[in-house]
Write a protein that binds this ligand. Sequence first.
Ligand code: SAH
Length: 351
Amino acid sequence: MILTNLTRQKLIDDLLTLNEKAFRSTQLFEWVYKQQVFDWEKMTNISKTTLEVLKNQYQLPHLKVETIQQSSDGTKKYLFELTDGNFIEAVLMHYNYGESVCISTQVGCNMGCAFCASGLNKKKRNLEVWEMVMQVVQIDHALKEEGKRLSHVVIMGIGEPFDNYDNVIDFIQIINDGKGLGIGARHITVSTCGIVPKIKCFSDLPLQVNLAISLHFANDTLRSQYMPINRSYPLSELLPTLEQYYQKTNRRITFEYILIADINDSASQARDLLQLVKPFNSYVNLIPMNETGGVFKRSSRERMNHFFNVLAENGINVTLRREQGHDIDAACGQLRIKREEKNDRNHHQSD
Ligand code: SAH
């Protein structure tokens, strides 16, 4: 069994089946997540005989770091190779409020958003809990060696987190656990394209984790055209669900809106967005489109500023996201696609 797949409660349940005491879960969480010691022999407060039992029961695998690309602005992109040969990405970003990592939840993605590089490769599989946990642990460990620590986690990399819901929730519980990494719930953000039934489940989660919605279009016609999820869960279902979510949790919602030239960036579309977000106590995060080689282009600086002003002048909490990692293919999925193309090329060459 892989230890880092288990929330502390699941670990306790498993330890009890081994006739071990529940407090071992605390010891193990402290060693693995706080001290980041993965060598059983170094877990000095556990007796040799108990260590034998634990060693036989649990594995502590690492992800293989394939490459790390560093941008001139300090953003680092990690490409990890999984044990089955698939690749995933995580991006470490430096902000004035701390170090933030953006992690992946699936190999590929099935949501099919037209403008997104991640969706170019269909979902191969969900990530296991440990594969998400170790993106965070390994990057936190590298930061500690530089005397820094990870403070924020955003679940916005490759994949749709709510299409891998149970694993993502266990992952959140593990990184939030005070006996381990102790990343504050308010410092964790999960982003979804709008899987309504899972947003309902998420509103019952007793943690103050932030929810971000990839909105991008303020009307159904365009949203359905570019984001297939909207054909299943149109705005007429998504928005009332978000209102209920807000009433239940009192947690502020973030709306993400990519600015795509001549598609969703006009002044009248800014006013439509304004009407849509007004009833919510929300943040709007405007994102300059990362051009990934397709037909979609980034809005001009002028149009982005104008769009921003329509919202800001009407009292909406709005930010225009600072661009990071432009020189390192930081748009989700780009690095992984390149690496897989390399595999394909090698594959074809040897055919
Ligand atoms: N599936 C989840 C999380 C992964 S996508 C979701 O949809 O929220 C992470 C964010 O990047 C989403 O807001 C997504 O819409 C956005 N994104 C996708 N393609 C992009 C691009 N080319 N440029 C900028 N942001 C993009």
